[in-house]
Design a protein around this ligand. Sequence first.
Ligand code: ATP
Length: 423
Amino acid sequence: QRQKESEVVQEFKLEQDNELRFEVESKEKVTLELKSGLAEVFGTEIVKGKVYSFGGGSKIAVFTWQGCLLELRGKTEAAYVARETPMIIYLNTHAGLEQIRKKADADETKRGPIAMIVGPTDVGKSTVCKLLLNYAVRMGRRPIYVDLDVGQGQLSIPGTIGAMAIERPADVEEGFSQVCPLIYHYGYKEPGSNVMLYNLLVTKLAQTVAERMEANRQNAVSGVIINTCGWVKGQGYQMLIHAAKAFEVDLIIVLDQERLYNELVRDLPETVKVVFQPKSGGVVERSRQARVESRDQKIREYFYGSAAQFYPHSFEVRFSDVKIFKIGAPALPDSLMPLGMKAEDQLTKLVTVQPSQQLLHHLISISMAESGEDDIIQTNVTGFICVNNVDLERQMLTVLSPQPRPLPRTRLLLSDIQYMDSH
Ligand code: ATP
């Protein structure tokens, strides 16, 4: 390893099965180039001679099965070569999944594996999902990625859950290309904010994914990889159990936490295989602040693109042209509920919202629902807008939207999550 610190150009020679880990200082940029050999970033092969660029706060691992020479330019917070990684374990997991896919290839009555990755926060759940998906597509599979992480999800903005068929490896700089993900509106950044609603949406998403597998044999054979939230205690644990049952998972990979592993083995039927795997030493713990920032960044990217290359539109929407709803009414005691309804039903009730200053800076999901007959809560959404101004006198909202007016649909779902548009 030769380091030319003064020029901030660093060269790293990696032996086989080594990994270069680096973090980019905030507000800085670091480029990566493969000089020789073969290497991959979270399961996506990098191309020799191509310059990859990573923005501030990125935490990256470049792994090589064969050995390689890498060059980094720019200010890294830490850059070192690790010899101990769990990559071989993850590769074996992939091989195991591939076995099940091969069986499904040969027998039409069988489907591919449905695997769920669980564990506390910052153990690399999303990264392992990405790795398994990338290895699968590189072998010509078309797995479905399900992301149940409402706080730090990868498929859409915070406050949503969703699924997407993966057609090609993740872009090294930008992740999976988000072509037609199927997204449901939840509206909070914490899964515990409305457990009833969360479980309802997970059930709905599981049904939709099952239907997709029925309709598309290639997806069915390739199977599903499910990413989950890092909340694994108490109610959070019960929500994992619910998700495992809803998706009829075959395999659960528990990262890093033995207690969680034991609980799942105890509580799930024997047909569900539960395995314990170590987390990678490279996964960096993120502070509360870093989580807030990464959520904000996800939303900013939705409107402005990952390199601020898009120009979102700002336009007015008449109050009378849209119907805004939120999900969940204030809880009433059971004694006050209409006959046959429980207090919990309030939590999944659609409530009309009258436009007011309360909407300011809130995100709003645009439902695909077309008529009042549709079950808006369980209908997927087609996009998001952000309320930048409320003019009560003129009865107008000013919204930020990635698409020009008019809004594609008029039924809107209010999110609890706010975004301050500073552009
Ligand atoms: P959360 O619970 O917040 O969803 P998580 O368990 O899904 O977190 P990841 O998002 O996969 O964790 O990983 C956390 C961070 O660590 C990410 O920025 C990721 O890029 C980085 N990371 C993962 N693996 C490595 C590695 N081997 N070397 C360096 N950085 C890594």
